[in-house]
Design a binder for this molecule. Structure first.
Ligand SMILES: *Cc1c(COP(=O)(O)O)cnc(C)c1O
Length: 479
């Protein structure tokens, strides 16, 4: 167990010793000044460095280990995108700074302008807004656009259709935009049940939200048929494109009937995520919806760029200025570095890696929706559950073996679900090591299920009440 830094404290020990007569300049008012000494740990510089280095090693990260967390695309993000985002001209720029003028930030505006154009080419859409700061905020943007679009046309709409496999943010976003959520079930092929959909869509449907590929890792071959029916009802077809790494260079959602899409720059386009941000979930739309997009617009005229607030029918601002600019720079750098061939290779490798793992493991785990998968797939630990071993037990065993567990218990329609997304950046050797741990877990469920219940043995913490641990964080040291 790691000692807290206060427990390493030895009275009188110092890391830095200041001369008694050093004065620290400050501009704090008298009443805010400390009247007694702060109770700080007394440690040497070396002990401090060791303490924080030790703590940093307890963080689980893509840079440290394999992280096949389904739907989250925890892939390796090249450090060069961080480097680009750290350029002084980007890092030190502040929109409210007195010396910022349009002429002085032409490069910044060009990045925004070009990134929007590139994302439109990739998604097959006509116009984009980079404002939303997360995938979920992109969805909310889409639902607010749907509301405004129908209001303007005088349509009476009250609900949004969402399949039962959707990411939880989909119904939440529809509901935040004041729509009722109508759920459609999944067919035995693992896609939205067309018959159920046909029964539920009507003239009061404002939008249909589809995840492509869906959270079972399956690409729905009926999207064009769904789009035709949606158009007949004047319902907008929204694509949750958080998992674009299955489609890059292969499918352009705008060309197969989708009206709008959000993409996660922090999953697909070279920006890291986790720990709450920063993220970016741009929304790209077809021409008929562009007036509703949020935020300011960068215009290009005679080779120079300017900012305008010209969208008359806009839903308003979703965030300040142009969203999380540093993430936009990372995505811009990633796209330019990859090129169109590179982006196509991303999706080819993501799909290849997922199918390789699935085929390697399919005799060990039940696969409720079989066939070729896209960038991820979902196993059920149903067979292991018969021996008393749950998906959580397997997840904890994987932690013991140095892997991040897959997403478990989602999608909700698969019992003991384990959703595995290897991503395109992993090598065959890493996939083989992971497959071998998964096979061992399955064998142990037969031979020694009680051993799996004890997992993990060597991690900093064992089995937590996860809901409580997140809500009742204890971050204060008490003697
Ligand atoms: C990650 C994800 C989201 C939400 O994105 P955030 O940036 O976490 O808000 C939505 N839908 C799907 C399918 C996702 O994988």
């Amino acid at each position: 167990m790691t000692k807290l830094i206060y427990e390493k404290s030895v009275e009188g020990r110092r890391g830095v010793i200041f001369d008694d007569d050093v004065e620290f300049p400050h501009s704090l008012p008298e009443e805010l000044l400390r009247s007694s000494q702060a109770e700080l740990p007394e440690v040497s510089e070396l002990d401090t460095v060791r303490h924080f280095t030790e703590l940093s090693h307890k963080n689980f990260s893509v840079d440290g280990n394999f992280f096949p967390l389904g739907s989250c695309t925890m892939k390796y993000n090249p450090k060069i995108t961080e480097f680009a985002a750290g350029f002084e001209g980007f890092r030190n720029l502040h929109p409210h700074s007195v010396n910022v003028s349009e002429e002085g930030i032409q490069g910044v505006l060009e990045i925004i302008y070009s990134l929007e154009k590139m994302l439109c080419v990739i998604t097959g859409m006509d116009e984009a807004s980079l404002q939303p700061m997360a995938g979920a905020q992109g969805e909310l943007t889409g639902m607010l656009i749907a509301r405004k679009y129908h209001e303007k046309k005088g349509n009476r709409k009250n609900h949004v259709i969402v399949p039962d496999t959707s990411h939880g943010t989909n119904p939440a976003s529809a509901s935040m935009a004041n729509f009722r959520v109508v759920t459609v079930k999944t067919s035995s092929a693992g896609i939205m049940d067309f018959k159920d959909f046909k029964n539920k869509i009507n003239s009061e449907t404002a939008a249909v939200m589809l995840t492509a590929p869906n959270t079972l890792g399956i690409f729905n071959p009926e999207i064009e048929k769904i789009a035709r029916l949606a158009r007949k009802m004047d319902a907008l077809l929204y694509c949750d494109g958080a998992n674009m790494n299955a489609l890059l260079g292969k499918v352009r959602p705008g060309r197969i009937g989708f009206d709008m899409i959000h993409i996660n720059l922090h999953k697909t386009f070279g920006a890291p995520h986790g720990g709450g941000g920063p993220g970016s979930g741009p929304v790209c739309v077809r021409r008929k919806l562009k007036e509703f997009l949020p935020g300011p617009v960068v215009k290009k005229k005679n080779g120079s760029f300017s900012i305008s607030d010209s969208r008359k029918g806009s839903i308003g601002y979703l965030s300040t200025f142009f969203g999380n600019f540093s993430v936009l720079v990372k995505a811009y750098a990633y796209i330019l570095l990859s090129g169109s061939d590179g982006l196509t290779e991303v999706s080819e490798k993501a799909v290849l890696n997922a199918n390789y793992l699935k085929e390697t493991l399919k005799e060990f785990y039940e696969i409720p929706y079989s066939g070729r998968c896209m960038h991820e797939f979902v196993f059920s630990a149903g067979r292991q559950a018969e021996k008393g071993v749950s998906a959580v037990d397997i997840a904890k065993y994987l932690i013991e073996k140095g892997f991040h567990p897959p997403t478990v218990y989602f999608p909700l329609i698969v019992k003991e679900a384990m959703m595995i997304e290897p991503t395109e950046t992993e090598s065959r050797q890493t996939l083989d090591r992971f497959a071998s741990a998964m096979k061992k877990a399955s064998r142990l469920s037969e031979t020694d299920p009680r051993y799996l219940k004890k997992m993990p043995l060597n991690s900093p913490v064992g089995r937590l009440d996860e809901a409580r641990a997140a809500k009742e964080l204890k971050v204060v040291f008490k003697k």
